[in-house]
Design a protein around this ligand. Structure first.
Ligand SMILES: Nc1nc2c(ncn2[C@@H]2O[C@H](COP(=O)(O)OP(=O)(O)OP(=O)(O)O)[C@@H](O)[C@H]2O)c(=O)[nH]1
Ligand SMILES: [Mg+2]
Length: 331
């Protein structure tokens, strides 16, 4: 008997349909239970796999005893020493970096982390205001922070600014103007209108030391997969703008401390399968080279400095600083 004949036959008989329907309902509910059990089992295996470290680290495999050597006081002192002896270009007093990313991605927290590690006093910096993740954007103004003073009045400066979002975020035009040095510190970005050339925060004739010499894209390792197409377009256009100008750009992946293996101990970050997967996905999503992507964990709850946090932040600071100096020298 075909399906429809069978179905019709159910309703043809007065006393049988109820029994048949109950049977169908029972079958469905039994399968639902089975499905739930199988799903639970699958999740347990997945969890176990994620908690099993990789045999080889996915980055910085040049360190022999990987976690011990990479996250050591020696490594930290070495990078801090290298940063101290940076040869600043003669043609410019300042190296300026801009952080760019979606609302709540961790831009301001990164500035606090970078300030903390370069100051290295043991205290966590709160120079850039940070808020919860579920509110409107907190940072609305261009905010200059001096990360480090070098000899002869040279300075490494970093700039926080309004986040990207197609509807309420910073306008692409304003980002480009900021990078080209037209926007003065403390300008409050207007998501509705581009900066007016008659605004008192509009710098009429910017020089090299007013421009940005490096851009740090910031993305939340947990959420960047959810980026809307319209937002991706803003990133893509900005990246193209930077490539044409030759300005170095790097990607910082924040909130790595929330991923498998990293959660209990950040020292496992480069043996974490989930961290590796997020690193790969972000590299592809932003169309970067793997060595331009830097996973980090910002200081958000900690009250004292920790070596793994410091080293992850130092790696990206050193890398972008060298690239930015090189860029300025060639100008
Ligand atoms: N666990 C963890 N939380 C982080 C990290 N970075 C930032 N956060 C949290 O993410 C939230 C947003 O961080 P912000 O630094 O304010 O992000 P933002 O990009 O400056 O946000 P807007 O200025 O609003 O665009 C805060 O609640 C931070 O505590 C991180 O690396 N790990
Ligand atoms: Mg902010």
């Amino acid at each position: 008997m075909g399906f429809w004949d069978w179905l019709r036959s159910l309703f043809g008989k007065k006393d049988e349909p109820e029994g048949q329907i109950k049977e169908l309902k029972d079958k469905i509910s039994r399968l639902d239970d089975e499905l739930e059990n199988v799903t639970q089992e699958r999740d347990q295996f997945k969890w176990l796999l994620e908690e099993t470290p990789l045999e080889k680290p996915w980055r910085y495999d040049e360190y022999e005893n990987h976690e011990d050597d990479l996250f050591s006081q020696d490594t930290k002192d070495g990078i801090l020493g290298n940063i101290d002896s940076t040869q600043f270009p003669a043609n410019c007093r300042y190296i300026n970096l801009l952080v760019v990313g979606l609302f709540g991605s961790g831009k301001s927290s990164f500035i606090n982390t970078a300030k903390t590690v370069l100051r290295n006093s043991g205290e966590i910096s709160t120079i850039a205001a940070v808020y919860g993740e579920y509110f409107d954007p907190l940072t609305e103004k261009l905010h200059e922070v001096v990360l480090k003073e070098f000899q002869d009045g040279k300075r490494l400066r970093i700039y926080d600014c309004r986040g990207i979002r197609a509807d309420r975020g910073i306008q692409s035009h304003d980002l480009e103007k900021t990078i080209n040095g037209f926007v003065r510190n403390d300008y409050r970005y207007n998501p509705e209108n581009e900066i007016d050339e008659n605004d008192e925060s509009y710098r009429q004739n910017p020089v090299l030391e007013d421009e940005m010499h490096g851009v740090l894209f910031v993305a939340d390792a947990e959420k960047f997969k959810e980026i809307e197409n319209a937002d991706i377009a803003i990133f893509r256009d900005l990246r193209q703008f930077l490539i044409e100008k030759g300005i170095p750009q790097r990607l910082i992946l924040t909130k790595m401390d929330r991923l498998h293996l990293c959660k209990p101990d950040l020292r496992w970050i480069f043996k974490s399968r989930q961290a590796e997967e997020r690193g790969d996905m972000a590299t592809k999503a932003f169309n970067m080279q793997p060595n331009q992507v830097f996973p980090i964990s910002n200081y958000v709850q900690e009250s004292v400095q920790r070596i793994p946090h410091d080293i992850l932040a130092l790696k990206v600071i050193k890398n972008i600083l060298d690239a930015a100096c090189e860029y300025v020298e060639q100008r």
